[in-house]
Structure formats: structure tokens, C-alpha cells
Design a protein around this ligand. Structure first.
Ligand code: NIG
Ligand code: FE
Length: 417
């Protein structure tokens, strides 16, 4: 593979600095280089600096490289989406119409639709079909500047289908340019057949599913939908603590629909991140800030469910690290657009344009433990880079609802543009 030399970027937002989640005020620092340049070699970033600096270092090797003129353009790290349910069967556009006519998300789920509907369709799909459908979604993510995604199971709700989803994610990792970081989410809903017998399903997740997932090394994280009428904080804690014993790091869908103690639980179990948090209590925010939990906020989900967005501004002002994500799933957020999510982070959560970009890069990478290789443009990290057809990070957030991606590289390979 030829080296890639990107030159003369109007703004090169390196997001370099401490290699971990940026908290509070530190979320505003993009470490921008004007007239910036990056040299990518063997899939990794070999040098970052001004074009003048890299000319000195690489002028003699210019003829070996693919040279990209980024004059007038913004260049950023590849975006990271730290929360998706990308592997699933079927589609739920009818439920979208039902919600517009007045049904709520939980009404539909309690009547056997929602996650249960996708669970039926995922159980029916073959592994090949799941791979094929998720692969198209990954293509769409790439077109929107995303180079790494997290991907959850949770539409099986039985061992066989949960494994099918995670094995599909594994195959995608082998055959698609994008990386999927896998999360086990067996406790995404209580299957209809366990209604009234919820603890028996929790036992099944703990005793039958987690050991196999861990044994086959199919997941890095263990997630649970801690929500009124789904899993209680006590059940969620049992599941997350059991996952820890198998080496799986806890994540938690917390306080999405109702304030239910999910944020407090995230702090208690030492979750790497807590997701949604639309209804997180002030105490929960304080606990998470103290425990160093990353708030993974999903403003496209809030919009799609016509709910008020999470208190992103308050969380950052409390010193938390905030990451943002699409939550790509067939029910509450069927989008693959991280640029839209950045726009919404600004519009509906009053995050600044710089904070939104940090939330979609280094903080997102930290929420899925890939900050050693993704999330910033620094020597030694993967050559995951986006060139945008605009000139500044402020424009990226301001010219909203439009895809400004020009070119995308994953590990130094041009995958879009
Ligand atoms: O993160 N809230 C729970 N899980 C997903 C939605 C899944 C679905 O509706 O299919 C979420 O929003
Ligand atoms: Fe989710």
C-alpha cells in the first residue's frame, strides 16, 4: 500500500493531547494545525504537523505517496460511533407511523412490538443475511465519516440468536474495512415467554449466555437495558457484576424513558459508560462525574422519540466526559449519520461545535476502549482520517443535516471518495 500524504489542510483538527476521555473544559481543545499535513504509512500515522514541517521530512519521498491536496478543507480523525445495534433483521417503519399517531415507544414494546418485533425478525434471519444487511449499514456509516463502531447483540434474547448476532459482527470485522467493537446485550428486553418470570431470564443471561459469549471471546462489553418495565437496577447490577467476572466491561442503557437509578448504578458498578441518560437525576450525574463514567448521549434517539434531549451541557459543566452516538437501531434511531448527531448535540444539548467533535472522536473512542488506535490524529495511531468539503469545524456543525464528507481513509486505505 502506498503512503498517503494529505497536505495544506485549512484546519487539521488533530484532537491530540491526553490519550483518554476529555472531561469538562478539556472537551473544547481540538489542537488545530493550520495548513496542516499528515503522512500515513503502513496503515498508521507516521507524521502530523504543518505542511512546511512535513515538506522538510518527506519532500524526498513525495513520489512514493498518494498526494492529496486538502486546500480549503477541514481534516479530522475518522469519527467513532460508540453505541450501535447494527446487526439486526427486518425493519420497523410501521411502528414509526404508529408513534406519530400517538402510541408510545413502551406501548408498542409492551404489546409485543418494538425490540420483540426485531427479535422475531432477527431469529428468522440467517447469519449470512445479518452479515449482508449490517455490511450495507457499515458502508453508510463510512460515507458519513465513521471508521469505527461499537455493535451490540440483544435482538436474540436466546442463546442461539445472541451468538448468531455476535458471530455476524465477528465476520464483518474480518471482511469489512470498518472495525466493529462487539458488546453482548442479552438483557435488552425480557422475552415474551418470560413475562412474569423475569428473574428466570436474568438467570439465563448470567448462567447460560455470558459464559459462552466470554468463552468464545465474542464481546468486549456487557450492556443491559435498565428501565422501568424492562430490567430493574437490582437485576441490571447482577448481570453487570456477572459480566465483570467473565472479563466483560459494563455499559448500561440508563434512564432513557424514566428516571430509574441507572446513572447511579453506572457509577456503582464502575461502568465505562452510561447510555441515553435523558432522565438522569442530578444525583446520578454527580455520581457518574465522581466515578469517571463517560456519558454516551444519543440526541438522534431523543429527536426520533420526540423526547427532550439529555442534559449534555450540565454534564460537561459538571466535569464529565461526554461521548455521542447514533444509537443506530431499527426502533428508536434508524440513522447512520454521526454528522447529524454532532449537529444535534449542538442544537438540542447546547454543546459547542468543538465539544461535539471531541465527543464523536477521542471521547467516543475512549467509551469503547479503542483510544490506543483511534479518535485522534497522532503518530502511531491508525490512519483513520476524514477530509470534509468545508473549511472549519464550526461549519461542520453549523451547515446541519448535510453530509460534508469528501474522502475517508481507514488504516490508510481510501474507502470513500
Ligand atoms: O438504545 N433502548 C433500548 N434499546 C435501543 C432501542 C432498540 C429498539 O427499539 O430496537 C436504544 O434506543
Ligand atoms: Fe441503544
Amino acid at each position: 500500500m502506498k503512503p498517503v500524504w494529505i497536505k495544506h489542510a485549512k484546519e487539521l483538527a488533530t484532537i491530540s493531547g491526553e490519550n483518554g476521555p476529555r472531561k469538562g473544559k478539556d472537551m473544547s481543545n481540538l489542537s488545530i494545525i493550520e495548513d496542516g499535513s499528515v503522512w500515513i504509512e503502513d496503515g498508521k500515522i507516521a507524521a502530523v504537523g504543518t505542511t512546511e514541517e512535513l515538506e522538510k521530512q518527506y519532500a524526498s519521498r513525495a513520489n512514493e505517496a498518494d498526494i492529496v491536496d486538502a486546500t480549503g478543507r477541514l481534516v479530522t480523525p475518522g469519527l467513532v460511533d460508540p453505541h450501535t445495534h447494527i446487526v439486526y433483521g427486518g425493519s420497523r417503519e410501521k411502528e414509526f407511523e404508529m408513534r406519530l399517531e400517538g402510541a408510545t415507544y413502551m406501548d408498542i414494546m409492551n404489546a409485543g412490538g418494538g425490540i420483540h418485533a426485531t427479535s422475531r425478525m432477527t431469529r428468522e434471519a440467517t447469519e449470512d443475511e445479518l452479515v449482508e444487511q449490517a455490511s450495507r449499514r457499515l458502508d453508510s456509516f463510512a460515507k458519513h465519516g465513521v471508521t469505527t463502531v461499537e455493535g451490540k447483540s440483544g435482538y436474540g434474547l436466546d442463546l442461539e440468536t445472541e451468538l448468531k448476532q455476535l458471530r455476524a459482527a465477528k465476520r464483518l470485522n474480518e471482511q469489512h474495512a470498518l472495525e466493529i467493537v462487539p458488546t453482548f446485550m442479552g438483557a435488552h428486553a425480557v422475552p415474551r415467554e418470560y413475562k412474569g418470570n423475569e428473574d428466570a431470564f436474568v438467570d439465563l443471561v448470567i448462567d447460560e449466555m455470558l459464559p459462552v459469549v466470554a468463552e468464545e471471546k465474542l464481546a468486549v462489553f456487557n450492556d443491559v437495558f435498565c428501565e422501568k418495565d424492562v430490567f430493574t437496577p437490582e437485576q441490571s447490577e447482577r448481570i453487570l457484576e456477572a459480566g465483570k467476572k467473565h472479563g466483560l466491561t459494563p455499559k448500561i442503557h440508563a434512564d432513557e424513558i424514566a428516571s430509574y437509578g441507572g446513572a447511579e448504578l453506572a457509577a456503582k458498578v464502575g461502568a465505562i459508560s452510561a447510555e441515553h441518560l435523558l432522565k438522569a437525576s442530578d444525583q446520578g450525574i454527580e455520581d457518574m462525574a465522581k466515578a469517571g463514567v463517560i456519558a454516551c448521549l444519543l440526541p438522534a434517539t431523543a429527536l426520533f422519540l420526540r423526547e427532550e434531549a439529555a442534559k449534555g451541557r450540565q454534564m460537561i459543566d459538571s466535569g464529565m466526559a461526554v461521548a455521542i452516538s447514533t444509537d443506530c437501531n431499527p426502533g428508536s434511531s434508524p440513522t447512520t449519520s454521526m454528522p447529524l448527531v454532532m449537529n444535534l448535540a449542538c442544537i438540542s444539548m447546547r454543546m459547542t461545535p468543538a465539544e461535539a467533535l471531541v465527543a464523536a472522536t477521542i471521547n467516543a473512542a475512549s467509551a469503547i476502549k479503542v483510544e490506543d488506535r483511534a479518535g485522534s490524529l497522532e503518530v502511531g495511531k491508525q490512519g483513520d482520517v476524514v477530509m470534509w468539503d468545508i473549511g472549519s469545524y464550526q461549519e461542520l456543525q453549523y451547515l446541519f443535516g448535510v453530509n460534508h464528507v469528501d474522502k475517508v481513509w481507514k488504516k490508510g486505505q481510501l474507502i470513500v471518495g
